[in-house]
Design a protein around this ligand. Structure first.
Ligand code: TRP
Length: 472
């Protein structure tokens, strides 16, 4: 059977934006921002999205569109080496790991959405009375497992229907709904008393916070940038593998990054004014995965029409989460379909069945959940993206430039050589550096010394290694 392609250009962009916009923007971003000093984190994060995220996204796109295969087949075919196919296998493991914890959080959201929706007629949602206790009760154990299965089932249904009728159609409906609802919520949040304190926390830029904590912020900001752009797992390779040659990758990649970042920032403009308007300071109430649920549920409970606002909010989050989880499931599904000729329906059933189990483990065991959602995913994504980019720079080389330029305007074409230098050398070095921070190596050696080491290492890599003709 011929491999499917996206029906329209907008369809591809929306699917990729749908993948990018998700719990990472709405649940993880405010919590990471609060934990890492507010606006300072925002600035470092924005810098990384621009300098690492966009070129990295283009790297994954180039691999996928060139090979028209899932990451495993793409790396093997483009390199002609089985060992690269083995590295591609990591994307399958990453996809399954991601979905295992993501689906549990998706389950919490559905739980909150149903609880809010049902309470629109009748009494207040149960989480109004004691948000902390409610969250504790539903976030782990049998309840969490049950709702995880529900969320996973919805995800599987969409992927089951295929690229055009499932993922493309689904995201074409979900993404506009997310944008409209979120915009409405942000406008409404602006009218809340003391909203200004929330904006100040989020947006008032204080350079001294950055200069003092640069390295402490760097690791989390990089992790957040990769996570939110769905980088390092092969999601974007897979989505680009369903593309024709006629699109401008630089344009599409920039559009996706801009839309995704806007949603992150708009979410901040909803969440922080809401919290501050109710006298909740996110740096004081403690943070962590439950912060958003506990803090926001508390804020909702004090608002007039709080149940309605809560319903709208959790509806946004559910749609955003689903449009991302389908992109995680699509990684192992595309792998089975491309490499083993399994039918899509069987592949979805098999992989969803597997995640039903791994996710249930995460639902019952918070320590495993925490490890997968934090450390494991951070390491897999960072190492994964570094491997993909090294592949683009050193194995694909000129082919990558050609692929990037195909369908691109003249600006995109003229940037392709510096882009290849960045993805082949500078970005992998940066990624390896942030990877080290996960293993306890931090910036204690100081900023300029670190920059010095990075520059020397780049120079050695560039001039010392026999220069492949590919890197110009
Ligand atoms: N980007 C999504 C979010 O922000 C999550 C996601 C989907 C993802 N696919 C991914 C993260 C692949 C990393 C890799 O919620």
């Amino acid at each position: 059977m011929a491999r499917e392609t996206w029906a329209t250009r907008l369809g591809f962009i929306l699917a990729a934006v749908g993948s990018a916009v998700g719990l990472g923007n709405i649940w993880r971003f405010p919590w990471q921002t609060a934990e890492n000093g507010g606006s300072a984190f925002l600035v470092v994060y924005l810098g990384i999205v621009l300098l690492v995220g966009v070129p990295g996204l283009l790297g994954e796109f180039v691999i996928g569109r060139r090979a028209n295969k899932s990451p495993v087949g793409a790396l093997r075919e483009l390199s002609g080496q089985r060992s690269w196919g083995f590295i591609g296998m990591f994307s399958v493991i990453t996809g399954i790991s991601l979905l295992s914890f993501y689906s549990v959080v998706g389950g919490w959201i559905i739980r909150y959405l149903l609880e809010s929706g049902v309470s629109l007629v009748g009494s207040d949602p149960a989480y109004f009375t004691n948000p902390g206790q409610y969250f504790g009760g539903v976030s782990a154990g049998a309840d969490a497992a049950l709702y995880h299965l529900l969320f996973l089932g919805l995800t599987a249904l969409i992927v089951f229907a295929g690229i055009r009728k499932g993922i493309e159609l689904g995201t074409k409906i979900m993404m506009p709904a997310v944008l409209v609802l979120l915009g409405g919520l942000a406008a409404w949040a602006a009218t809340q008393p003391n909203a200004a304190a929330g904006y100040a926390f989020f947006l008032r830029f204080d350079p001294s916070v950055i200069s003092e904590n640069f390295f402490a912020i760097l690791g989390p900001a990089a992790g957040q940038a990769l996570f939110t752009l769905s980088l390092g797992a092969g999601t974007m390779i897979t989505y680009a593998s369903y593309l024709g040659e006629d699109r401008s990758l630089p344009f599409d990649g920039s559009a996706i990054a801009v839309l995704n970042t806007s949603v992150g920032v708009i979410t901040g403009l909803v969440v922080f004014p809401l919290l501050f308007s109710q006298g909740i300071n996110p740096t004081e109430t403690g943070t962590g995965p439950g912060a958003l649920f506990v803090g926001l549920a508390g804020a909702f409970s004090q608002l007039p029409a709080g149940t309605l606002i809560a319903t709208a909010f959790f509806a946004v989050v559910t749609l955003a989460a689903l449009s991302s989880s389908i992109s995680m499931l699509e990684i192992p599904v595309a792998f089975l379909v491309d490499e083993y000729d399994v039918s899509r329906k069987r592949a979805v059933t098999g992989m969803a069945g597997l995640v039903a189990v791994t996710g249930t483990v995460c639902a019952f065991e918070p320590s495993i959940f925490g490890f997968v959602a934090g450390t494991l995913v951070n390491i897999l994504l960072t190492a994964g993206l570094a491997a993909f980019l090294l592949f683009v720079g050193w194995v694909m080389g000129r082919d990558a430039i050609e692929e990037l330029a195909s369908g691109a305007g003249s600006l995109g074409r003229s940037l392709s050589t510096p882009w290849l230098f960045a993805v082949g050398i500078v970005l992998p070095l940066f990624l390896v550096f942030t990877l080290l921070t996960h293993f306890g190596v931090d910036g204690s050696i100081g900023f300029w010394r670190t920059v010095g080491i990075a520059v020397v290492a780049s120079a050695v890599a560039f001039f010392g290694l026999r220069r492949p003709e590919s890197v110009v």
